[in-house]
Design a protein around this ligand. Sequence first.
Ligand SMILES: Cc1cc2nc3c(=O)[nH]c(=O)nc-3n(C[C@H](O)[C@H](O)[C@H](O)COP(=O)(O)OP(=O)(O)OC[C@H]3O[C@@H](n4cnc5c(N)ncnc54)[C@H](O)[C@@H]3O)c2cc1C
Length: 397
Amino acid sequence: MLNKVVVVGAGPVGLVTTALLTEAGIGVTLLESCQELPRDLRASTFHPPTLDMLDHFGVSNRMIEAGLICPTWQFRDRRDGVVATFELDRLADETKHPYRLQCEQWRMGEMLAKQLSHQPLADIRFGMRASKVTDTGNGVIVEAANAEGGVETFEADFCVGADGIGSVVRRSMGVTFDGQTIPEIFLTISTTFDFREVMPDLSNIAYLSDPQEWFVLIRTASLWRALFPVDPTLSDEEVTSPALAEKLLQGVIARSQPYEVIHRTAYRVHERVATHYYKNRLIIAGDAAHVNNPLGGMGLNGGIHDAFNLARTLVEIYRGATVDLLGRYERQRRKVALDVVQQTTLRNRAILNASNPESRQAYYDDLRATVADAERHKTYLMRTSMISSLREVETIN
Ligand SMILES: Cc1cc2nc3c(=O)[nH]c(=O)nc-3n(C[C@H](O)[C@H](O)[C@H](O)COP(=O)(O)OP(=O)(O)OC[C@H]3O[C@@H](n4cnc5c(N)ncnc54)[C@H](O)[C@@H]3O)c2cc1C
């Protein structure tokens, strides 16, 4: 073997995979199509076990300094207020970080990339778009186009596709990406308005259920982010227009002054899981392998959990295990994507948009009963914080 892996994509999953492989003595060429790490606003929620994992690189504490610790999160009825408030300190015996952290994902990416710039085994190549990935049977060849239009070729033992939803590696594997696209467009609006002024019992993370228009409020260190589902028949200009943002925020709390809006981001949401996570020496992880709605903050976290599992598996292969061990990675991580991430995020969406009053009431009753019972409360938190899924799949071989 060449003792070398090509990782495609320097998002959170590619960076974590590269950091773990290189520290184990395996050379990595990391190809990223952008000229630098993108700073666009995406996920901002880090769950407790992900922070425990990131402690390994010494970045969690710096993320905590830059972010906002959220000790509780809640479901609310848009009109009637709090339905259930979940208290993460109930996980104090299970994790070193019994809270959700709100910190923009690009901050973690920049911290890891800076550390990797001192790692001689990591060759990070910005402005390189992987265009063709070939499995030769006992190795891989990756062709990538550079910014000048030239094509460079990289040979390695394995290729890890951490190249997001449109993954070229997944396409090269010929696997299908089964699932659905959610009809509505998700619009995130960042505002300086402090919603606690008008909702004093508001947690830093709140899911507000409503049959006509549910929404989510998430506080970050400097702003509040409000996420709304919007009509997909609107044009791109209409979806991201200042007028629509103002109308949606005025619908939450009517004010005489306009809201100060700092960012607006609109995106389509998919619920899909690849039929396979590897084919011989081509492997996918993170959004390349599974995508889900953001209600529960599980996409980014699940991707980082994939990266830890995959890096551990590849290190075992380099130390003598057969390539078939990648089957364990697929069985463990695909099960989490299907049984935990998809199920939890779909259920969260169902709670938020339930239009039938009886179903809505049944969801509320169940949530209230869950928080009122100490054991159920903790079990629910173990699942939604993604601790249970990490532990349960360890028994799968
Ligand atoms: C607009 C938006 C908002 C989101 N908001 C939320 C949210 O609020 N909550 C939540 O939980 N999740 C959210 N997500 C999802 C979350 O950001 C992803 O789950 C997370 O980024 C996945 O990380 P990743 O490393 O797998 O993929 P990505 O972050 O997508 O990284 C993939 C990287 O690969 C690079 N790349 C792609 N193709 C190639 C190629 N051919 N060659 C080289 N490089 C390539 C890309 O430039 C990119 O840097 C959001 C996503 C988007 C797009």
